[in-house]
Structure formats: structure tokens, C-alpha cells
Design a protein around this ligand. Structure first.
Ligand code: 13P
Length: 405
């Protein structure tokens, strides 16, 4: 299960002078292509889903495939929620299986960006999730051509120090001349600015708009603290080009052949970058030095105040309330096969990370449920429930059978 903490992964890259590729995915072929490349290169890799692409694919369908790919990978993988539009959407991203988030407020002024990012960090860190912040604005290629002064959008050193201190982000995306999408002409990068930010912050830096730079530009970025390079345009254009080439003048080519050609092209491109950025061959080291990401399930049983027990509609209402708490991924209602009407139902809660259990217990919605509906169980009742439930529910053997309150 080599899903790992992205913070650990990036700290490893930062301290060993290489960068991890964060490849944005919009379909299954891209996912398989990126994973094949990472396995071939024995490289850690970040699988990104970007909220700005959600009109192009169904994230609820793609995320289970991304999680499954990470779970069976031999190389360390992190799953990142990129360019989140709000804390709520990032919370949804965590619910779907992302173990790192970005809430992008970089288009707003410094104090608004700081305020929103600080709140995102409070929510995410309470659930064990790492956070990428962005300060300065990395424009879309089309915007850059008509901007009067690009300098205004670059990351300022003084603001970067204050932003990191006030927000507590785990890595920082900087604006030093790259753009999202394909820029006309060669991007000119402000290495001096990057160097100063790196020397002041000493933390992993992130480059958005990582497609289409030269080998030497990548090397200079990495030697000045860049530990994560985001990439989408390059692989997307390549896949589209392969698609056009493969259908030009060819009669009878099948859809799966076209798909395989695009996928093979992406794999070799991604592998090239993993090698160029120094991530190749690092998988074993990273796995041995990073926290393996471990979701946790817990069983929640309460003794209701009401003598007659809980009405089924209340049981499902509790499920709905619990499901919305940050860090909770799934909640299942389970019936307790017991004559004692007080303990007819329980809730099996899947948390994204052990930290999220504490966050849930102290969450105001959880506290209010507790006050309204439940009284604490006595210790001997707990033991009884554990004894009765464990043998009956073999599926619970892998979870921590615990009553949380
Ligand atoms: P490119 O458009 O250069 O591939 O960058 C993608 C990106 O930065 C996503 O966050």
C-alpha cells in the first residue's frame, strides 16, 4: 500500500536535490501511463486531480481508479487535489481519497489569500492532510500575453515569509515566470527571486506551469529548492498529437489501438521527466523514509437517551451528519444482531487518517449529536459489545474495533 504522505515525499526530494512530478489526470489512460512510467523509473510520483478540469471528467468515477492504482503500486504515490476552489471542495477531495490539498486563493490579495489558506490548513492538518499554498499568481498562457505588468503577479520574498509563517503550509507554489498552458516563446524565469525565497524559507517549493521548459531551466529550478513540478499541458498535447497522427490516412485502426498509442507516448514522456528531474531510482529510499498513508475505520456505538432506542430515520440522519465532517470518507450503518434494543445500530466510519478521528470527535456537529442523542456507554457494556461483535463480523478484523467518544 505505498500511498505516502506528500509532505514527507517532498521533504525527501527537497533535501536530496530532486523534484517529484505531479501529473494532472483527466482519464484512465493518463493514470495508467503515468503509473507505468513511475514503475519503470522506480520513481515517487504525485497523481493530481485539478478542480479546474472537473467539467472534462467525472472525478467521482476516476478517483476510485486512482486510489486503486496507488494501492497496488510498487513505488510511493501521493494523491493531490489541485487548484481547489474552496475549502468545501477540498474537503470533498479528501473524502474522495486525496491525501494532499491546495485551495487556490492566489488570484486574491495577500490578506485574503492568507486568511483562506490558513483556514484550509486548519481543516486539513486536523485530518493529517498536507497543504500546498500558492503566493503570487501563475497566469494562464492566454492571460500573460495581455498583462501590462507581470511583475505584479510574481511572488514577493517578504510576503512569502509572512504567508508561510501565518498559514503553516507544507510547501509553497511560487510565481517566477512560468504560466499554465503553452506560452508563446521561451519563458524567462526569475532565478534570483527563487533563490532568495528558497534561502529564506528552506521548504519545498512548487512550480505550476511546469510543461515546456528546457532541461537546463528544470535543473536550475531544482537546484533552487523546487521539489514538485506540476505538469498537464505537455502530456495532454502529446496525447492529442498521437491521436491525430494515428488516425491520419489510416483505415481500420481501432479505438483501443489509438488509446494504446497515446498512452505509450505519455509513458515515455513522463519517464523522461522523472529521470530528468532526478526522481528516478528514488522509490525505495522514499518508501523507507516516509509515513505510509493509512486510513482507519472505527466503529461508533452509542447508548441512546431514549428508552425505545433510535428511530431508523435518526440513524440515517446521524450517518449524513457524520459523512459531512472533514476527514470522514464513508459512513456505513450496521445493524447489531442483538436482543438488547439499546444497541440496535452502529456506524462504521472510514477516516482518511488516524488524526481525523480526533478532529471528528471534537467537531461541533459531532458534539451536538452526542448531546442530543446519546449517553456514554459503561465500560462493561463496551467489553460486551466488543466480544459479541468481533467474532460475528469478520470484515471488522482489520479495523480498530473501538467505540469512539
Ligand atoms: P502546465 O500547464 O504547464 O502543464 O502546468 C500544469 C499545472 O501547473 C497544474 O497545476
Amino acid at each position: 500500500m505505498p500511498l505516502v504522505d506528500m509532505k514527507d515525499m517532498l521533504n525527501h526530494a527537497y533535501h536530496h536535490g530532486y523534484a517529484v512530478g505531479a501529473f494532472e489526470l483527466i482519464n484512465l489512460e493518463m493514470l495508467c501511463a503515468v503509473m507505468d512510467a513511475a514503475e519503470r523509473a522506480r520513481a515517487p510520483v504525485i497523481l493530481s486531480v485539478g478542480e479546474h478540469h472537473f467539467d472534462d471528467f467525472d472525478v467521482q468515477l476516476l478517483m476510485p481508479a486512482i486510489e486503486a492504482a496507488a494501492a497496488r503500486a510498487q513505488v510511493p504515490v501521493a494523491i493531490h487535489f489541485d487548484h481547489g476552489k474552496s475549502i468545501d471542495s477540498a474537503t470533498d477531495g479528501i473524502r474522495l481519497g486525496c491525501n494532499s490539498i491546495m485551495v487556490d486563493a492566489s488570484h486574491l490579495n495577500f490578506s485574503e489569500n492568507t486568511r483562506i489558506t490558513k483556514n484550509a490548513v486548519a481543516m486539513a492538518h486536523a485530518c493529517g492532510i498536507s497543504v500546498e499554498g500558492e503566493l503570487g499568481y501563475v497566469p494562464q498562457a492566454e492571460e500573460k500575453q495581455c498583462k501590462a505588468s507581470d511583475e505584479l503577479a510574481y511572488t514577493s520574498l517578504a510576503e512569502a515569509k509572512a504567508y508561510v509563517e501565518r498559514t503553516g503550509v507544507d510547501c509553497l507554489a511560487v510565481s517566477i515566470g512560468t504560466v499554465h498552458g503553452r506560452m508563446k516563446g521561451k519563458p524567462r524565469l526569475d532565478y534570483q527571486r527563487l533563490k532568495q525565497i528558497n534561502e529564506a524559507l528552506k521548504m519545498p517549493l512548487v512550480i505550476h506551469g511546469g510543461s515546456g521548459l528546457s532541461d537546463s531551466q528544470y535543473h536550475r529550478l531544482i537546484s533552487n529548492g523546487v521539489a514538485k513540478i506540476n505538469c498537464f499541458t505537455g502530456i495532454s498535447e502529446l496525447a492529442a498529437r498521437k491521436l491525430r497522427e494515428s488516425t491520419r490516412g489510416t483505415i481500420g485502426i481501432s479505438y483501443s489501438q489509438i488509446q494504446n498509442m497515446s498512452k505509450a507516448a505519455i509513458t515515455s514522456d513522463v519517464e523522461k521527466y522523472l529521470r530528468l528531474w532526478g526522481a528516478a531510482g528514488r522509490a525505495a529510499e522514499v518508501l523507507s523514509q516516509c509515513h505510509i498513508w493509512q486510513p482507519i475505520e472505527q466503529l461508533l456505538i452509542y447508548k441512546p437517551f431514549a428508552e425505545q432506542g433510535l428511530h431508523l430515520s435518526t440513524v440515517y440522519e446521524v450517518q449524513a451528519v457524520l459523512s459531512r465532517i472533514p476527514g470522514v470518507r464513508e459512513v456505513h450503518v450496521s445493524e447489531i444482531m442483538d436482543n438488547d434494543s439499546h444497541y440496535q445500530y452502529s456506524w462504521i466510519i472510514k477516516f482518511c487518517h488516524p488524526e481525523a478521528v480526533k478532529a471528528c470527535q471534537t467537531h461541533p456537529d459531532f458534539q451536538s449529536l452526542k448531546r442530543k442523542l446519546f449517553s456514554p456507554l459503561e465500560d462493561n457494556t463496551l467489553n460486551l459489545i466488543q466480544q459479541r461483535l468481533a467474532p460475528r463480523s469478520p470484515e471488522l478484523t482489520e479495523i480498530s474495533l473501538k467505540v469512539a467518544f
